[in-house]
Design a protein around this ligand. Sequence first.
Ligand code: NDP
Length: 402
Amino acid sequence: MIGVAVLGSTGSVGESTLDVLARHPQRFRLVAIAANRNAAKLARQILTWRPAYAALADPAAAAQLRELLGTQAPGTRLLEGPGALEELAVLSDVHCVMAAIVGAAGLRSTLAAVRAGKKLLLANKESLVMAGPLLIAAVNDSGATLLPIDSEHNAIFQCLPAGTRTGVTPAGLTRVLLTASGGPFRDTPADELAAVTPEAACAHPNWVMGRKISVDSATLMNKGLELIEACLLFGLTPAQVQIIVHPQSIVHSLVEYVDGSVLAQLGAPDMRTPIAHALAWPERIDSGVDFLDLLKAGRLDFRAPDTEKFRCLALAQAAARAGGLYPVVLNAANEVAVEAFLERRLNFPGIAAVIEAVMERGTGGTVGGLDDIFAADAESRVRARERIVGLTKSASLRGAHA
Ligand code: NDP
């Protein structure tokens, strides 16, 4: 039995993970689950799964959880506060940690799992964008196994020679081709983007995901974060990562080799495939995903992304090239701007405007350790909030779509 901790169990990736685990009760045991403040959903998961541990990062929500459960779950130890996530990540009976918390909040527990030598299933791309070199070094020091959950990176991983080490480019690999659906505004004229709503941005054409990554997909920042993620995971330069818009989301990414071969991984757009792949790796298990019917799909289209219309992608490419702390600055400003957009305080083009302004002022600097990362993260968040207030004084960037 493989002991599993699902951090972010109430989210989209978390729930897909529980769905796959439920199909294999003889193989996996859910030891721990954790979320932020969704006490009602975590209570339901506790009663269904009876894990040994459960945690909520938000102490007020944890109190609510205790009240909801009463005496119904005597076998589950409840923990609370941000530190609880790290505790769960290093438990001795946890062999495999699904890092499915959204945003910078996932960094400490992700790093804790890696340092403890666990098998880490990494969905929380923001932690890699923020602290990639530290995480990769920790993987090599501790002997942890890092398996990418992002469907694109999981696809690339599946196309690499067996035995490839994290952060090292396999011999003969020339480029990776990272596919992007293009998001819900792929064909929306640029001059209509100021009026788009959070609801429209979260209505992704192919994937059902959490709100933050849905907005990132709509701005193409998600692809920018994935570019940085790919460089770190596979030891590539930004120039070795070509981004291609592929509206059908069937080809999840491709790897090009020096002999002209291009290997791709295809499948229905359903996160349970990469999750099942990583859970069972190097074996294969049923994921519950429908098999791909290429005749039904009919055609596969590819085109170049429009970085004029989707400025966030250009900004992420610049941060990837600049390196150092720029990805931290980019990520922090993006998290703040996306939150403002979702709360209707900023309009859609305002997201890129805020990030650009923060990056212009932001310091490059080198990543010495976690303290540098958290300092740059905090400073960039302050600057982004200031910028949002400044920008939205002019009506052009205000969230005028309530
Ligand atoms: P969701 O918004 O659906 O879920 C986020 C999860 O993180 C929830 O369980 C939430 O808890 C928890 N969480 C948020 N903040 C904190 C915190 N401060 N402390 C502890 N837990 C916290 O996100 P997704 O599942 O869509 O995405 C999760 C991660 O996976 C992201 O990094 C995303 O980029 C990545 N990813 C997602 C994909 C997808 O298809 N959804 C695909 C590829 C990558 P609560 O419910 O209590 O708020």
